[in-house]
Design a protein around this ligand. Structure first.
Ligand code: GDP
Ligand code: IMO
Ligand code: MG
Length: 434
C-alpha cells in the first residue's frame, strides 16, 4: 500500500494541514518529517478549528497513529503545550509518537536566531524566530541535543555542557549578549524529558510495519519547496529540507526513498511568501489587499499562522511552480484556495520571466538575478461567482475549469485535488490520491 508524501510546492502556507486532514481519512499513520514549530498548519473540521505547529494533522481521527519523525526539530515546551491544548479540547493525543532521534531546540537556538537576524540587519532572512535554523546548524555541526538525550540526565549533562559552552562563546563574543545559565537549562530540559517520555518511540518501525501490513501512510511536509535549503531561493530559505527531493521526506522518518509511491504537491491558486527574499510575481496593489483579506473576518486571511505577519501576495508563478514539480518528482498537484479568486474579473499566471531582454523559463540560482527577473503574464477571465459549494469538477464554472486545466498544462502535472474552502468537505477529488 502506498506511502504518500504531501509537500508544499511554493513558499509555505499552501494549505498542507488542510489537505493532510482530508487525506488522513484513508491513512493509518500520519507523520511529520521536517522542520519545527516554524510551521503553522490550520485545520478546520468537525472537531473545530486548530492551528498545529508540531503535531501531525492526522490527530483528529481517533484511530490514526501520528508520528513526529527524526527530521523534525522539536521545541519540547511548544510540543507539550500543543499536546495540552489539544487535550483540553477533547482530542486524544495518546496515539502520538515522537522520534528519539529528533533534534531538540534549546534555549540558545532561540536566542541565536534573534541575535543573528539583528546582526544581518537589512539582509535579515525574516525567520520565524523559533530557533529552528540554529538547531539545524548544531545538528550538522554534530553538537545537537536529541530527544534520546533528554530522557537520561547523565547524557543530557554530558551533551549540553560542550554545546552550551560553544553557544555562550558565540552569544557573548560574536553577538555581545548575556550567556545562558547551564544549571537552569539542565533543570528545565530534564523536566521536559520526563514529561515527553511517554510519547517517545521508534518511528521508523511504526511506519514500515504499517506499510508491510498493507496500510496507508501519509508523510506531512512543512514549509514549501521554494524555502528548501538546496533548491529554494537561497539564502532566503529555511534550514531544513521541506521538499521530497534529496530524500527529504524519507530521510526525515527513516525509510528508504523506494518506499515512497506518490508525492502530492500543494499549491495555492496564487502565491504568498512570509519573510524576506525574492518574489517575482509579488503585487502591491488593491488585488493584493483583496486576496490577503479574503476570509479575514473568520481568521482565514493571509496572515502567518505562526507569527501573525501579513503574507506577501502575488500571482501564481508557473515558472517557479514547474521547477518545484520537477525537483520534487510530483505525481499530482492539490490546488488550494481556488475560491479566493472567485470575485476577480481577471486572473494572471506568470508563464515565463524576462531577464536582460531575454525570455527564460527557469528559476535563476543567483539571488541577485532572481531579483531582476520580470514576470511575463498570461491573463485568464475570472468566473465571478462562488465555488465553495462545488464538490465535483463539473460543478465548477467554465472559467474556473479553464484556469485549472491551464495550471495543469503549465505545471506539467495533473491537478488531482481542488480545495474550495478551509473546511474538510470543501474539496473536489478529481482523482483519488489513495
Ligand atoms: P499550511 O502551512 O500549508 O498548512 O497552510 P496554513 O494553514 O498556514 O495556511 C493556509 C490557510 O488557508 C489556512 O487559514 C487554511 O484554513 C486556509 N485554507 C486552506 N485551504 C483553503 C481553501 O481552499 N480556501 C480557503 N478560503 N481557505 C483555505
Ligand atoms: P508552513 O509549514 C511559511 C519562512 C520564514 C522565513 C524562512 C526562514 O506553515 O508552511 P525559519 O524560521 O524557518 O528559519 O525562517 O522560512 N518559513 C515559513 N514560511 N510557512 C512556513 O511553514 C514557514 N516556515 C518557515 O518566514 O522566510
Ligand atoms: Mg502555515
Amino acid at each position: 500500500m502506498p506511502i504518500v508524501v504531501v509537500v508544499g510546492g511554493q513558499w509555505g502556507d499552501e494549505g498542507k494541514g488542510r489537505i493532510v486532514d482530508l487525506l488522513a481519512r484513508k491513512a493509518r499513520v500520519v507523520a511529520r518529517y521536517s522542520a519545527g514549530n516554524n510551521a503553522g498548519h490550520t485545520v478546520v473540521n468537525d472537531r473545530g478549528e486548530f492551528r498545529l505547529h508540531l503535531v501531525p494533522a492526522g490527530i483528529f481521527y481517533p484511530e490514526k497513529t501520528c508520528v513526529i519523525g527524526n527530521g523534525v526539530a522539536i521545541d519540547p515546551e511548544v510540543l507539550l503545550d500543543e499536546i495540552a491544548q489539544l487535550q483540553s479540547r477533547g482530542i486524544d493525543t495518546s496515539r502520538l509518537v515522537v522520534s528519539d532521534r529528533a533534534q531538540v531546540i534549546m534555549p540558545w537556538h532561540k536566542l541565536i536566531d534573534r541575535l543573528d537576524e539583528q546582526l544581518r540587519g537589512a539582509n535579515a532572512i525574516g525567520t520565524t524566530g523559533k530557533g529552528v535554523g540554529p538547531c539545524f546548524v548544531d545538528k550538522v555541526a554534530r553538537r545537537g541535543i536529541r530527544v534520546a538525550d533528554l530522557l537520561r540526565t547523565e547524557d543530557l549533562v554530558e551533551r549540553v555542557k560542550p554545546a552550551l559552552e560553544f553557544a555562550n562563546r558565540l552569544i557573548t563574543g560574536v553577538y555581545g549578549a548575556d550567556p545562558i545559565s547551564f544549571t537552569e537549562c539542565i533543570e528545565r530540559y530534564k523536566e521536559f524529558g520526563q514529561r515527553l517520555k511517554p510519547y517517545v518511540g521508534d518511528v521508523q518501525s511504526i511506519i514500515l510495519e504499517a506499510h508491510r501490513r498493507g496500510e496507508h501512510v501519509l508523510l506531512e511536509g512543512a514549509q514549501g519547496s521554494l524555502l528548501d535549503l538546496d533548491h529554494g531561493t537561497y539564502p532566503y530559505v529555511t534550514s531544513s529540507v521541506p521538499s521530497s527531493s534529496s530524500g527529504g521526506a524519507a530521510l526525515g522518518v527513516g525509510i528508504g526513498p523506494t518506499e515512497i509511491s506518490r508525492v502530492v504537491g500543494v499549491f495555492k491558486s496564487y502565491c504568498t511568501r512570509v519573510g524576506n527574499g525574492p518574489f517575482p510575481t509579488e503585487l502591491f496593489d488593491e488585488t493584493a489587499e483583496k486576496l490577503r483579506d479574503h476570509g479575514k473576518e473568520h481568521g482565514h486571511g493571509e496572515y502567518g499562522t505562526t507569527t501573525g505577519r501579513p503574507r506577501r501576495i502575488g500571482w501564481l508563478d508557473a515558472v517557479a511552480a514547474r521547477y518545484s514539480v520537477r525537483f520534487n518528482g510530483l505525481s499530482a498537484v492539490a490546488l488550494t484556495r481556488l475560491d479566493v479568486l472567485d470575485d476577480l474579473p481577471a486572473i494572471k499566471i506568470c508563464t515565463a520571466y524576462e531577464l536582460g531582454g531575454r525570455i527564460i523559463d527557469t528559476l535563476p540560482a543567483s539571488d541577485s538575478l532572481l531579483r531582476q527577473v520580470r514576470p511575463v503574464y498570461e491573463e485568464l477571465p475570472g468566473w465571478q461567482q462562488p465555488t465553495t459549494h462545488c464538490r465535483s469538477f463539473d460543478d465548477l464554472p467554465p472559467q474556473a475549469k479553464a484556469f485549472v486545466r491551464r495550471v495543469e498544462e503549465l505545471l506539467q502535472c495533473p491537478v488531482d485535488l481542488i480545495s474550495v474552502g478551509p473546511e474538510r468537505e470543501q474539496a473536489i477529488i478529481v482523482n483519488p490520491i489513495f
